[in-house]
Write a protein that binds this ligand. Structure first.
Ligand SMILES: Nc1ncnc2c1ncn2[C@@H]1O[C@H](COP(=O)(O)OP(=O)(O)O)[C@@H](O)[C@H]1O
Ligand SMILES: [Mg+2]
Length: 330
């Protein structure tokens, strides 16, 4: 048998200090169901990156590979302040990898686990940023499919008016829509079912509104401190997403206005047609319900740069005709 040269053949800690596709691995940041993320040094550009190495079994799945290539290209093409910029995606030694901006901070999963539910103002600030990222992706024809707290990275913001800067990451990296529930070849579930939309479960076509559902579940959890559905096993959870009504958020947050419940009921409607059209529409409705604030109607500042100089309206002075009409008085 050929020696297994996979980057995953040893313990991931053995990769520390090693060079992979032009990156020197410095330390492990974390791991999910199908990838390990490292802080690494880009040796060509001399900068720190987050290097994500996907489990080798994913490279062997042709459907996944195709979508990985397509969607990492599409995600790299979106230049958005709340989407983690992808620097490079490729394959080395049979392992798919992505190099992206290293985000110093935490992810929403860790924040919620450590600190519990967020204050409404913080939840709304973070939600507004993630919503604009999701809507931008949808405008580019990309559906995230795996909106969850672990895929929302939260860095320190610029100042006290913007205390945090949220980034959305991991486009198209879910296995969920490849098979019913994303079981790996060894039968383990990959990822979480807390945020999966009913149409994803039943295998119907998905569009941006499946992200509205998942995103609403995330915002619900960031306020309630628990996801909308809690069940004893995965099958019961899948059933709940398809057929049960989530408990009203105000059961867990009586401090929030009752109108909040209707906003979540709509965003988490079973049928995509009954949900808000966009993630920002959901956040706007949520802000109005919780704070009574109506959306600001501010006309955008015109910032478009003039790309080409307009041709001069009149000929330049040096091109003025030398001919002058004869002076009639002369
Ligand atoms: N660009 C990044 N910068 C910093 N940390 C990251 C970055 N991308 C992912 N991480 C961290 O790496 C860990 C593992 O990520 P991932 O494999 O996507 O698992 P999951 O999304 O299931 O949590 C997460 O804790 C996340 O916070
Ligand atoms: Mg992730």
């Amino acid at each position: 048998m050929a020696r297994d040269t996979s980057l995953f053949s040893g313990r991931p800690s053995e990769l520390i200090g090693r060079q992979v596709a032009g990156y020197r691995i410095e330390r492990e940041i974390g791991r999910g169901g199908m990838a390990v993320v490292y802080r690494a040094r880009d040796l060509r550009l001399e900068r720190t990156v987050a290097l994500k190495l996907l489990a080798p079994e994913l490279a062997r799945n042709d459907t996944f590979r195709l979508r990985f290539t397509h969607e990492s290209r599409a995600a790299a093409a979106i230049d958005h302040p709340h989407i983690v910029p992808v620097y490079e995606a490729g394959e080395t030694d049979g392992v798919l990898y992505i190099a992206m901006r290293y985000v110093e901070g935490s992810d929403l999963r860790h924040l919620l686990d450590r600190r519990g539910p967020l204050a409404p103002s913080a939840a709304l600030r973070i939600a507004a940023q993630v919503a604009s990222a999701l809507d931008a992706a949808h405008e580019h024809g990309l559906v995230h499919r795996d909106v969850k707290p672990g895929n929302i990275l939260v860095a320190r913001g610029t100042d006290s008016d913007h205390p945090e800067h949220a980034y959305l990451t991991d486009f198209g990296l879910t296995k969920k829509s490849l098979s019913l529930t994303g079981f790996t070849s060894v039968g383990q579930f990959v990822g979480t079912l807390d945020y999966v939309a009913p149409e994803q479960i039943s295998g119907r076509p998905v569009d941006g509104r499946c992200d509205v559902y998942g995103f609403a579940c995330v915002v619900y959890e960031s306020l309630a401190g628990r996801p909308p559905f809690r069940r004893d096993d995965d099958m019961a959870l899948l059933w709940a997403h398809q057929y049960d009504e989530p408990p009203p958020l105000t059961e867990f947050r009586p401090d929030l206005a009752p109108d909040t419940d209707a906003v979540f009921a709509r965003a988490m409607a079973k049928s995509p047609d009954d949900r808000h059209d966009s993630c920002r529409a959901f956040v706007t409705a949520l802000r109005t319900a919780t704070t009574g604030e109506t959306p600001l109607d501010h006309p955008p500042t015109e910032v478009a740069r003039q790309v080409a100089e307009e041709p001069p309206q009149s000929p330049p002075r040096w091109a003025e005709p030398v001919f002058r009409p004869p002076d009639p008085l002369r």
